[in-house]
Design a binder for this molecule. Structure first.
Ligand code: DC
Length: 215
């Protein structure tokens, strides 16, 4: 049997990363934050992003992202990097340069992958596909709180319009746009705690896994 994959796709600040890493830890699975790869290409800069994407030297170690020997975990989270990542993510050449690298994370005993096209393009045979959403307001509030906790200043209105613009671009692009896979389970986390979302995903995974054993 192939290595099981759980995909968690959704718009920015829907809580994908927190949910995916918790689900991976609960199951003892590997975790792929695909957005970090697009963010790294953006951070590396240069005018041939597909070449950068193909040669990316990165190490994911103990929750830290090490790029060219430096810990870039915090730097990668910056909203400006997210916006640049979303811009270069429109390029089919960049997406195809990252495709096999993402699939390389599929190692026993299993993988949880989050992003925009994990269930539609990268792992179409995933056991469970989740499309995680939250209202625009809840997402802007979460991002606002994250920044505040780090002592960074931003207004709710500015965050809200930046998120909206990025999601529009991610959903409107021609290649691998942000959209639920036809067989995805949609979850709206606006009124749920992180623990509740994680429990729901684990429950659905167990159901799907059992079903797949009898197929
Ligand atoms: O998940 P994130 O916010 O870190 O992703 C940053 C950008 O990267 C996102 O706005 C679009 C792009 N991206 C993508 O196109 N496909 C993915 N699977 C993950 C991210």
């Amino acid at each position: 049997m192939s290595v099981p994959v759980i995909t968690i796709d959704g718009p920015s600040a829907s809580g994908k990363g927190a949910v995916a890493s918790r689900v991976a830890a609960a199951l003892g699975f590997h975790y792929l934050e695909s957005g970090a790869l697009y963010r790294l290409v953006a951070l590396a800069g240069g005018n041939a992003p597909e070449k950068t994407a193909a040669g990316l030297q990165v190490e994911f170690r103990d929750g830290k992202i090490i790029f060219s020997g430096q810990d870039v975990t915090e730097k990668l989270r910056e909203e400006a990097i997210g916006v640049r990542a979303s811009e270069i993510a429109r390029l089919p050449s960049v997406r195809s340069a990252l495709l096999e690298r993402q699939r390389g994370f599929r190692l026993p005993p299993g993988l949880v992958a989050d992003g925009r096209d994990m269930g539609t393009v990268v792992f179409p045979d995933a056991v469970l596909k989740v499309f995680l959403t939250a209202s625009a307001e809840a997402r802007a509030q979460r991002r606002y709180k994250q920044l505040n906790d780090k002592g960074k200043h931003a207004t709710l209105a500015a965050l809200s319009s930046a998120l909206e613009e990025r999601d529009k671009r991610d959903a409107a692009r021609a290649v691998a746009p942000l959209k639920p896979a036809v067989d995805a389970v949609s979850l709206d986390s606006s009124e749920m705690t992180l623990d509740e979302v994680v429990d729901q995903v684990l429950k659905k995974y167990r159901e799907k896994y059992r079903e797949s054993m009898y197929r």
